[in-house]
Structures are given as C-alpha cells and as structure tokens.
Write a protein that binds this ligand. Structure first.
Ligand code: CP3
Length: 345
C-alpha cells in the first residue's frame, strides 16, 4: 500500500516512509540567531507567543533553514492556563512562574469562554502558517496534556519531581481531578480550534508523566488523554494525534493501547528497538535521539542516527529527539542530522 502525500502525514497514518520524515521538538528557539533577534523585540514571552506576525515568523525559521518535514506551531503549553485566566508569567533566566492552585474556587474560576478570546491570536498564527508553508510540510498543532499543565499549576512553576502535584493527586483527588477535568475540556476546545484554523496533525506534550506511579499514570495520564483522543477523533477522524508521555518507561505500551493516539513519542531513555516491538501494529513511533548527540554532532551523531534507523527498520517512524533542542546546539548540526536521515533510506 503506497499513499502519496506529505511524508509526515503518511508516516503518522501508519505507513513506513523512507527516508523517514524528520522534525525536532523545540526546533524554533534560542539556538537560532534569527529567533533571538525577533525575541529581542518582545521581551514578554507570552505576548511573543500571542503575536501572530512574530509567532508565524519563528515557526517558519527552521523550515527555511533545514527543510524539515513538520512545522510545529510556535506557542507554549502554558498559553492555555494563561488564557483561562490563571496567573502565568515567564521570568527571564528562571522559567515559568504560576499562581499555585490550592482551592476548588481557583479551578471553578478557569473560564473557557474568556480563553477563546485570549488564544484567538494562536488560531490566526495557524491560519497564516497554512498559507505560508511549503507544500510538503505538515503543520503540527499542540497542547500540554492535562496532567503536565495541572502539575505546573499546582506546583507554581517547574520542579524536579513535582512533589506537591503528586501529593495533591493522592490526598485531594477531588480537587486535582476537577483541575484535570477542566483542563481536559479546555484542551479539546483548544486543539479543535487549531484544526479548524488549519493544523494537520496534533501533539500532546505530557512532559512530566514519568513522575507518576503506574496506577496514577493510568488515572491522570492515560485516561484524560484517551478522552481527548476520542473527542478529537469523533470531530476530525483524519487528523492524527501524537502523544508524548515523557518518562513513561515500561508504561509506553499501555499508553499507546489505552489512549488510542495514532503516534507515540519516545524520550531518549527508551530503547527504540523495544518500542518498535511492543507498540501496537499501526501505531507510529516518534523520537528519540539524544539532544546532546545533536550538540556533539559529527561521528557520534551519525552513529546514533544509524543505530536508530536500524532499530526501527520496517516500522512506521518519525525521526525526532527524545526531548527538546537545547540552546547550545550548533544550528549546522541540525542540517547534518537532516542529511543523515535522508541518506539513511
Ligand atoms: O517545539 C517548538 O519549536 C514549538 C514551541 C514550543 C515551546 N515550548 C517554545 C518555548 C513548544 C512545543 C513548547 C512546549 C513546552 N513548554 C513544554 C513541553 C515540552 C518540554 O520541553 O518538556 C514545556 C514543559 C513547556 C514549558 C516551558 N516553556 C518552560 C519550562 C520554559 C522555560 C525553559 C526554557 O527553555 O526557557 C518555556 C519557555 C519556552 N517555550 C521557550 C521556547 C522557545 C524559551 C523562551 C525564550 O525564548 O526565552
């Protein structure tokens, strides 16, 4: 069976495409001088994300430079909680700082009708991108998964272990569950609006899924994601969803089966050959090169790419990193990576 079409979409539909399509998490960002130049014009990161002219331009920068197969909308997983009226700001050199959720009243105050107005510029960015992207490039929309976004909201920012979010999930499951449920509803609305504006594939970042016990992982990661996937599939059956449960470890197979996501992202710690064996037939894998191999470049990067391509031979696969590009990455190494993947057919 051979489908013609954008290579990334064909791979996400479960077909083996060679050369494998390639794009990179955080492909737009501070490692690119042209990103830093535009970012300097808008010091407020959330406003930067919500300015269609700037967000469109930085989304296109890595596409122009490297000819990647996927363009990921430039925004952030913390835009939806901000839009819902929650306190979110980005502090230079510190990362995100959020109002901490401690009460039901804060959850009840999250306002979806307000959010639609605040995230409207994101949809404008998506529309502009659909008009500006080269024909073979797939536009990927995204959101943070409810657990990861809830974890930032409970913790008040980033954390090594999200201890307070995990404590609340055990000790106050009614409160934590109400927060996750509200985010679930907002996420379906937010991703649906992206598809209506022109997103062709969607990704859910569950960056902190790996801090949970297996039972909590089922409850707060698999179950909400399954409901989001089902709602999106009912409305947009042709639009694939990529789930990224970072740190899932041996729960990866349960995640793929339990969520119904068309594709599953792997973090760097997972053996790709193992994932290629255990993922359900037809589920596409994505990942999982070490961002530090990309910083190193040269023979080490070539070896990692060759090992990955051998491990996933005969499997639908999308080449990506196991986590986002880091700021110290030499841009030439991304060009090297793309050339290696295209030569490895
Ligand atoms: O991948 C892309 O190119 C698209 C844009 C994108 C960003 N963040 C831009 C960004 C995407 C998909 C994200 C996802 C995101 N944001 C995640 C999930 C993926 C992951 O990395 O685990 C998370 C946890 C966040 C939250 C977030 N945003 C943090 C913790 C930080 C601060 C850390 C840092 O790298 O500065 C951000 C800021 C952020 N998001 C930047 C970019 C390019 C850097 C901000 C800047 O330009 O100053």
């Amino acid at each position: 069976m051979m489908t013609t079409g954008k290579p990334l979409l064909v791979a996400l539909a479960g077909e083996v495409v060679r050369p494998a399509p390639v794009w990179l998490m955080r492909q737009a960002g501070r490692y690119l001088p042209e990103y830093r130049a535009l970012r300097a014009r808008e010091p407020d990161f959330l406003r930067f994300c919500l300015t269609p002219k700037l967000a469109t331009e930085v989304t296109l920068q890595p596409i122009r430079r490297f000819g990647l197969d996927g363009a990921i909308l430039f925004s952030d997983i913390l835009v939806p909680p901000f839009a819902l009226g929650h306190g979110v700001r980005f502090v230079e050199g510190e990362g995100p700082v959020l109002e901490r959720v401690t009460s039901r009243a804060q959850v009840e105050a999250l306002d979806l009708s307000r959010a639609r107005g605040v995230w409207a510029p994101v949809m404008e960015t998506v529309r502009r991108l659909r008009g500006a992207l080269p024909p073979g490039v797939t536009l990927i929309g995204f959101a943070g998964a409810p657990f990861t976004v809830a974890a930032y909201m409970v913790e008040g920012g980033g954390s090594r272990d999200f201890a307070e979010a995990r404590r609340m999930a055990f000790a106050e499951p009614g409160l934590f569950g109400a927060l996750v449920a509200r985010l679930e509803e907002a996420t379906i609305d937010y991703l649906s609006a992206q598809v209506e504006a022109g997103a062709e594939a969607l990704m859910l970042f569950d960056s902190w899924a790996g801090v949970l016990s297996p039972a909590q992982f089922r409850r707060w990661v698999i179950e909400p994601t399954a409901r989001i996937a089902a709602a999106l599939r009912a409305r947009f059956p042709a639009v694939p969803l990529i789930g990224f449960p970072r740190g899932a470890g041996p729960m990866l197979g349960d995640y793929a089966e339990g969520t119904g996501a068309q594709a599953v992202g792997l973090d760097t710690a997972l053996p790709a050959a193992w994932a290629a064996r255990i993922l359900p037939a037809g589920v596409t894998g994505q990942g999982n090169l070490d961002p530090m191999a990309l910083v190193a470049g040269g023979a080490a990067l070539a070896e990692e790419v060759a090992t990955l391509m051998r491990a996933v031979a005969g499997r639908p696969w999308v080449v990506n990193l196991g986590h986002g590009i880091v700021p110290q990455t030499p841009p030439e190494h991304v060009a090297e990576l793309v050339a290696l993947v295209r030569a490895a057919s």
